[in-house]
Design a protein around this ligand. Structure first.
Ligand code: AMP
Length: 294
């Protein structure tokens, strides 16, 4: 496994990988890797002739400096995991190498996907994500891009970015985005690098998110099966109440029509409901989402 930290060494390293075959997988991460990231790597290793993983804590996507500062960093452990999973190249640049040295971040028209839900609570966050993913794709022209549904809205934003870039990038049709299901622990807690910042007691409370998903699924099941109307506002209100009872401080709990960010209007309107949540446990902000269908 090769570790590359500077742009000037990237070209030769990529050429060596491209000789292995036409498909190159890219898995962007911010490090502090866990089995959720591992699932993305495993899929990429299965699918592609060669796999690149980027480990870069992207300053452009943090809207709170203190959050960026204490984001967990575990380089040695990350490299050991990546090696064991069969990743071929790790792109691990310093901040200046990635977003400095005269590089101007482009402003993308993200079609409003960046200003609702998570984007409304974290202004500028998705523009920063799109800018750095765009930069990664310029540096690492891949055929396949792997991202987690844990960051559902991010998947939609990156899909929009790919559409904007299609026909313009070094790979003519641009990469295919693979959305990988969320990996959870035995009690349903979505794995996240931020879980490292939680105490045992807080981890117990965080599992209340999965308990709430189970309750919402059960509450929705009869009317989903029958296609009959139900009081969505009360369902969301009760969901919020349960999250608070679990010790979380929710910012939002919203139902969208799966595959979009549009509000889910109930069984009669079609589509399936996906619940999106963000909230706080102490000083740590968590997000999660779940398809509320059987
Ligand atoms: P991050 O390092 O948090 O930026 O995440 C890097 C990639 O891993 C993103 O595409 C995430 O959606 C994905 N990811 C993070 N947590 C999980 C998880 N529990 N299951 C699946 N994918 C995940």
């Amino acid at each position: 496994m090769e570790i590359v930290r500077t742009v000037d060494r990237l070209g030769p390293a990529l050429e060596a990988l491209q000789r292995r075959g036409p498909s190159l997988g890219l898995v962007p991460t911010m490090g502090a890797l866990h089995a959720g990231h591992g699932a993305l790597m495993q899929r990429a290793v299965l699918d592609c002739d060669a796999v690149v993983c980027s480990v870069f804590v992207n300053p452009l996507q943090f809207n709170r400096p203190e959050d960026l500062e204490r984001y967990p960093r575990r380089e040695a452990e990350d490299l050991a995991l990546l090696e064991s999973l069969g990743v071929d190249l790790v792109w691990m640049p310093e901040v200046a190498e990635m977003v400095g040295n005269g590089w101007e971040p482009p402003i993308y028209d993200l079609a409003g996907l960046d200003t609702v839900l998570e984007g409304a609570w974290r202004p500028g966050h998705f523009m920063g994500v799109a800018q750095v993913v765009g930069r990664l794709l310029d540096l690492l022209p891949c055929s396949d891009l792997y991202m987690g549904l844990k960051d559902y809205q991010q998947c939609l934003v990156v899909e929009r970015l790919l559409a904007l870039r299609s026909g313009q990038g070094p790979v003519l049709d641009g990469p295919v985005l693979h959305r990988i299901p969320t990996v959870r622990d035995a009690e349903g807690l979505a794995l996240s690098s931020r879980n490292l910042l939680l105490s045992e007691e807080e981890l117990g409370k965080a599992r209340g998110i999965a308990r709430t998903w189970r309750w919402m699924k059960e509450a929705l099941a009869p009317s989903l099966a029958a296609g009959s109307p139900l009081d969505l506002a009360s369902l969301v209100e009760e969901g919020l109440h349960r999250l608070e009872q679990e010790g979380l401080r929710p910012e939002y709990l919203s139902l969208v029509r799966d595959g979009t960010l549009a509000p889910w209007a109930g069984p009669a309107a079609g589509g399936l409901p996906r619940a999106l949540f963000a909230g706080w446990l102490g000083t740590v902000r968590l997000i999660d989402n779940e398809l509320l269908a059987p």
